[in-house]
Structure formats: C-alpha cells, structure tokens
Unconditional design. Structure first.
Length: 78
C-alpha cells in the first residue's frame, strides 16, 4: 500500500446531517439505493418510524360516504 491509508467509506444522513460509517451498524441495506444503503441513518430511521406509529389518524367530523356524521351532536336538530 506504500504509505496510503484506506479511508473508511462514510455517508452523511440526510435527516440529522451526521457523517457515519457506511455499514450495517449505521445504515439499513437497500440494494436499489446508491452504494446499497439507505440515505437515513438507523437512528433517524427508527425515530421516524416511531413518530409515524404514534400519530393519530386524522378524523374530521362530517358525513362519510353518505353515512351519519361522526360528530353525534351535529346530527341533533337545534
């Protein structure tokens, strides 16, 4: 190698901006992505999945497909 030191391959997470080693410990393997790894680090990917799983589904009062309103008070005559 004659004095050359091999630099580890890294990738900067597009969510947190931290540059991390490009390996299974830091990034998910995704064959279709550039260099075979996700663009989000494992920490940011996990945080994103946690937020999505705890998010409550949006429900708006009103008629749904011609059915009665989800808001029962709105169905009562004034």
């Amino acid at each position: 190698m004659h004095g050359k030191t091999s630099q580890p391959i890294t990738r900067k997470c597009i969510a947190c901006g931290i540059e991390k080693p490009l390996n299974h410990d830091c990034f998910q393997a995704v064959q279709s992505f550039d260099k075979g790894y996700s663009f989000y680090c494992n920490s940011c990917d996990l945080d994103s999945r946690k937020q999505k799983s705890f998010a409550a589904p949006a429900v708006t009062p009103g008629k749904v497909n011609g059915e009665k309103s989800l808001d029962h008070e709105a169905d009562q005559p004034a």
